[in-house]
Design a protein around this ligand. Sequence first.
Ligand code: NAD
Length: 458
Amino acid sequence: MATLDVINPATAETIDSVPNMTAAEVDEVVETAKQALPEWLDATPGERAALLLALADVIEQNAEELAQIESRNVGKPLMASRDEMPFCADNLRFFAGAARNLEGKSAGEYIKGYTSMIRREPIGIVAGICPWNYPLMMAIWKLGPAIAAGNVQILKPSEQTPMSLLRFMELAKDVIPKGVLQVVTGDGVPTGERLVSHPDIGLVSLTGDIATGKLIARNASETLKRVHLELGGKAPMVVFDDADPAQVAEGIKIAGFWNSGQDCTAGSRIIAGPKIYDALLEALVPAIEGIKMGDPADGDDIEMGPVITKDQQDRILGFLDRAKGATVLTGGGTNGGKGWFVKPTIVTDVSQDDEIVQNEVFGPVITVQRFADDNQAIEWANGVRYGLAASVWTRDVGRALNAARKLQFGTVWVNDHLVPISSELPHGGYKSSGYGKDMSIYSMEEYTQIKHVAMKIG
Ligand code: NAD
């Protein structure tokens, strides 16, 4: 069997290897899912909830081990991966509740002589294709609503970061009924591609890059599969003149550099007012230079690890090389040693149509622009193809509400960025950041289909 090496990005050392599954091997997994489906379709909401609650317990009871695996495989600080585990458990518990609370239109005589009822039914076999930045958490976001809605599911972790999901499945093997939840490992092609082309899979949910999303949507059209896309972002942080520069600088330190900036909602474009611009940079440069970068294994005080691969490191540095005319205020290089590090970087003197402003860098790099008036701020913030998240910083309630209305993003935060996520609240994009929602009751829409049953009466 062909295998793929899994690498620790902080040391460039091989951790393990996993199967690179062929299309034929994926077909076998789908066959197992097909066999499991009829019985799982008979499971009551209470039984589905019980599975999700048991899975949440598995995460909670093994949180430290899973956090350690995640830290080593993604190169993220332990404080970050430890933070993700309680949320994963909470998210599964939320969907355990949601499984038992699906609501809809009341049955009634909408057509004379007929009683109509609306059924919300699972799709059947659904696939979830995950990225490498939050490996276990992104899988959990797909797992909760899929299982709550009564589907059976096949998950594919990123080829770079399969370890936490594989360990979770091993820990949970006694509580998962055969075939209800399975994992395939391998590259986008052939493993992911086969999930997308397989005629018996009814939905593919991807979290990944825009280019991958477009390809998957095209390929899924062959079987007219449903597609749910959570794609890239290029989040603006609009800072009005009346904001507090020190508070905003602290906000940017988290927003732009958490998880080495490898977050689809990372605050990567700072759009600052003419009067606050200088004071903001004065507070920001030392805050960013103070970020402690290193191998997370070196201690709990490491705030930022490497980026995920050598390719990603080269890609980020390529953005900086090509940003002619821009000023790199701080950062801009590697650590010069082992592992794939990029120093926390601030870039100024950029124009709205520059590549580094328009395209997702997905690394510890932010740009800072100075706007002339409120209209220009909103125009620049909206002036990219992405629409995942944005924030606005001001003490003026009217200004904040106006910006929140006009910003074309699926999430808008006021006076904060990367606000802690909550299972009750939706996450998803506008524009090229994709369609469909993760988390919250809205995500149940993605994993269900609606049937109208009309019965003649009298
Ligand atoms: P990616 O698109 O390279 O890969 C994502 C997944 O798609 C991987 O599992 C990969 O194997 C698979 N894949 C690749 N080609 C495929 C194909 N032809 N058919 C089927 N599957 C295929 O993304 P990535 O580099 O792992 O993750 C980074 C991207 O994810 C960034 O753009 C980031 O913004 C985005 N992201 C978005 C969200 C969100 O919620 N919107 C969250 C996290 C990450």
